[in-house]
Design a protein around this ligand. Sequence first.
Ligand code: FAD
Length: 500
Amino acid sequence: MQSEQPIRIVIAGGGTAGWMAAAAFARFLGPRYRITLVESEEIGTVGVGEATIPQIRLFNASLGIDENQFIAATQASFKLAIEFVGWTKSGRYMHAFGDVGRDNGLLAFHHIWLRGLTEGLSRPLAGYSLNNAAALANRMQRGPARTARMLPEMPYAFHFDAGLYAKFLRELAESGGVERIEGRIASIERDGESGDVTALRLDGAREVAGDLFIDCTGFRALLIGEALGAGYEDWSALLPCDRAMAVPSARARDFTPYTRATAHGAGWQWRIPLQHRTGNGLVYSSAHLSDDEAAARLLAGLDEPALGDPRRLRFTAGKRQGFWKHNVIALGLASGFLEPLESTSIHMIQSGIERILKLLPGAGVSQVQRDEYDRQTHLEYDRVRDFLVLHYWANDRDEPFWRERREVPLPEGLEHKVALWRAAGQLVRGEADLFSEVAWLQVLAGQGIAAQGHHPLADAVPREQVAEYLELVEALNAREVAQMPDHAAYVAQHCAGVKT
Ligand code: FAD
């Protein structure tokens, strides 16, 4: 017989991670679970994290969120791609969501493109991506293509105000029965025998007891790190940027449906357009750039006036050596940090929540559940890290920071991916690879790594057909984009609360 006692889940921390977890648990766990969230307004949240990837739409939809309402409530804009500027001497390229070109049966489009390159028939890869074409034209539409059935729907994500998103989720979670407790966690109580956490002790001698604890306390990692001593695997040798200087600026006239990541002498700068402002931040290595220089460089790179003083954030790239210890699971910044070059952190919170729900413990936890959670999370972290490292390694810039990046020995999995691409233009997606073949393709090609071969089946296609096919894909994309509305007008029309 099952115990009548509810299982108490305590979420420590109310940033994006805490409230995403609270909203999801409220939605998916039945009355057998009682959810409490503890947060401290005085401590506050990290206050950044504005660009996402398309999977966020699945998360929102699973919570029953109306997309237009969400866009209005979080001052969001649409995101079709990331533009990389200055990472190589050739200037700029896009990593757009969605397909590039159309596959021909078993033959992936990029093999036809590579074959075309050898005969001077292919144009830059970006021209064959509908998302890319729409992004550069500042256009947006949702739903099926209007002009040709063979065109795909455009996948999209959002740029949003992270503080407003947490507020939005808080309302949802509280209306779903989550209890919020305001207070500063002063210490963690543990069972003398098992070592499990039994309660959070708050200022003022209050205590919040629980059976399962989710550590969403951000970089502090109060439970998983401080109390349980889970170590941190430091990846600074691969990803040496350890600071960010962030500042909002006035809403950009150029209201782009894409994030921009512009390389500079010791890192890169993000630009994220929202409805009410633009988010900007300079990511840099403190060994190569002082904080004062970083602030000056950031301010000089804004396209509208700053709305405040730059704020400095410190971090160390890496991950926890264990994500689930005893009865504590780390989510968000408490679990590790990978810089926002490909906007992956919020997604990794989402996939952590999915994993928790799949491996959900009942009244007790078995070690094998913890091990499986850790195995999947380690893999996910490692794969995302490799994708980020590729951007840095494959540069041809002249500054010391960038020269050092080219000298770094690559992690094994990344080395294999690069070798396969170089030798035969081939791409493989392994278990837990967040990014698809087409994402790797765009970054490999965009960063100037040439493939020396292509699939032999591409040679079976007559030359004229290759030329016609490439032209057709580009022309269809251009025709579709021409009838799409302007991004700002689209947001104004569909998502109330917008100023254009
Ligand atoms: P936090 O926001 O720090 O929240 C921690 C919570 O714990 C707060 O509520 C705090 O009050 C509470 N807390 C801490 N200590 C105590 C205590 N003693 N008592 C009570 N409560 C406590 N991600 C993306 O996906 N896209 C991006 O574009 C992006 N950009 C980023 C840029 C930078 C510079 C950085 C640093 C991160 C970025 N991220 C991005 C990551 C993203 O910001 C985080 O993943 C996300 O905000 C989740 O943070 P969190 O909830 O884990 O931590």
